[in-house]
Design a protein around this ligand. Sequence first.
Ligand code: ATP
Length: 290
Amino acid sequence: MKELMISAYAKINLTLDVLRKRPDGYHDVEMIMQEIDLHDQMILREKDDKGIEIRCDHPLVPEDESNLAYRAAALLMEEVGIDRGIQIEIIKNIPVAAGLAGGSTNGAAVLMGLNKLWQLGFSKEELMNFGARLGADVPFCILGGTALASGIGTDLKSISPLPEMELILVKPEISVSTKEIYSNYSPELINKRPDLNRMLNAIDSRDCQGIKKNLVNVFEDITMHHYPKVAEVKKVMEDVGLHPVLMSGSGPTLFAIVDDEDTASRYAEILNKKKIGEVIRTRTRSDSSL
Ligand code: ATP
């Protein structure tokens, strides 16, 4: 019986803009996505009896067919006509319902992992197409690195990698539903929109100050309106000296870029004492590997 260990990496959004609501109910977005080092550990194990079995150590993660890892395995098995048994164990480090693509990256890892375990021979692009059928963030989790996403988030273009940057993340003790935030999106609620070209230039010229200056997410206003706790946590992070602080995805996780590891551990210690949520130290990643 074969088994494979995979790391499933989280993402943050460096910019996020909603361009329009489409007739089909989805929204067209424009965002720069960044893979980060924070990851779940996953183990894919072949088993004698047929079917897909999910095991996860986190109480908020479903172990049934609604788990994205389950759906990814089912999709791939149906596509290739394989009827085998697989157990998928997920050791969760990525906070759940946090704006960090925790479920999507598990689905992406299963597509990549089973492709390798069963030598299916799909290209990255083909796996990304399968991923788009599972969720808008799944293709990026397969691509990794730094990318510009458009359409509903599944049209991706890799851009120059960021210089490796230390990050402090805080996940307030609330869960935010991405669906709810999208359904509450309304252009009048937005105060600030990203300047995409400025951000792309800053990334291209590895200008850390320019990158920091151009971090903007239009969902911040919406999420903070519905969940004032997120604004409170952002304020605490700013009050201790972190600047700028940005929300990732539809939230509630907030992040800040810091200069080096020493600064990161100093801020982590200060924020842990404030008891505002889960404090995580991580960094950006410039490549994606299994
Ligand atoms: P995104 O940034 O893509 O919107 P998120 O980080 O906000 O995602 P997830 O961690 O993916 O949110 O969790 C959203 C919901 O998805 C959870 O409440 C959970 O019920 C469900 N879910 C399904 N599969 C998984 C999985 N493998 N890991 C975590 N949550 C999962």
